[in-house]
Design a protein around this ligand. Structure first.
Ligand code: HEC
Length: 278
């Protein structure tokens, strides 16, 4: 009888270790076709499993979010990525790092640039008021904080716009740099290329077209394109100055000119003819 019990316990243990092995594979690889793969690091999951790596204190002389000198508890972001991803298996030059934040904001930058710069994943504000993990950030009269993670650099100027400093960060994705180019580029209409470029540079961090892009703002093309339910003139004006249409609007005024806004709307009209197929 005892021997049978021990056997059962042994089998159970084996099963459990098998399950947890499976759960430990943070690298979720989605293959769209053989040349495109996407790797995702779920930072909260890694933290729960104590896999973020060794912490250290970093000092940021001119923090672009808090606008002053700040000190954080952080881990080395490059080491973290290397501990989770076999970098030799990916084409670093043609890969981008996409930061996914709680509210769906998705800024991105070239992976190579990120790996070549000392970058840190901050998880606690050393000077936060007692009982809090982070000092509050005041933005558009709203109070928020950087929880759970914030990407910072010790030696990058806050004015260098190639670098992204996402806070409320939850996931990191590594994707081929050309994903959105391949799928959203207007191959057969040169006239809307300017609008395409503007959209890539100014809008895609918050808005998706055919489900590619950020989710902080609404999808703009699918199933219905904004160009199908907004009057064109109003749409152009909205993109230039959202606050003139909606009180307490979350979309920022981006400094887009009337002319640029028209280029974007022309591109959106083109994309309305190229919707994602089911
Ligand atoms: C920082 C994020 C952010 C950026 C960048 C951004 N938007 Fe928005 N946008 C939003 C949010 C959030 C909304 C939802 C309405 C609101 O602001 O509360 C919105 C709403 C819209 C709407 C209205 C959609 C509807 O159905 O009513 C349009 C059109 C739009 N954005 C276009 C653009 C374009 C074009 C760009 C680039 C020039 C852009 N947005 C850049 C966040 C953003």
């Amino acid at each position: 009888m005892k021997i049978v019990k021990i056997h059962i316990v042994f089998i159970l243990l084996l099963t459990f270790s098998f399950i947890s092995c499976h759960q430990n594979t943070e690298q979720k690889i989605e293959t769209r076709n053989s040349t495109q793969k996407k790797i995702t690091l779920d930072l909260l999951d890694l933290q729960a499993k104590n896999k973020l790596g060794k912490d250290t204190i970093v000092t940021i002389v001119n923090d672009p979010v808090y606008h002053k000198i700040k000190k954080y508890k952080a881990v080395n972001a490059e080491k973290l990525i290397k501990s989770q991803v076999e970098l030799s298996t990916i084409d670093i030059k043609n890969t981008k790092i996409v930061f996914e934040c709680i509210d769906g904001y998705k800024p991105e930058m070239p992976l190579e640039l990120f790996l070549n710069t000392k970058s840190f994943l901050a998880f606690q504000d050393v000077e936060a008021p007692k009982g809090l993990k982070w000092e509050k950030i005041i933005k558009n009269e709203n109070e928020m904080d950087a929880t759970p993670f914030y990407i910072v650099y010790e030696s990058v100027s806050e004015k260098d716009s190639r670098y992204k400093w996402p806070y409320n960060l939850i996931k990191i994705h590594l994707e081929p740099s050309n994903t959105s180019r391949n799928e959203l580029f207007p191959i057969d209409n040169k006239k809307v290329e300017i609008g395409y470029n503007l959209f890539q540079n100014q809008c895609i961090t918050c808005h998706a077209i055919n489900e590619i892009g950020g989710t902080m703002g609404p999808e703009l093309n699918y199933p219905k394109s904004v160009t199908e339910y907004w009057k064109e003139k109003e749409l152009v004006a909205y993109i230039v100055n959202p606050a003139s249409f909606r009180h307490k609007v979350k979309m920022p005024t981006l400094g887009i000119t009337q002319q640029q806004s028209q280029e974007i709307v022309d591109y959106l009209k083109y994309m309305a003819q190229h919707k994602k197929s089911e």
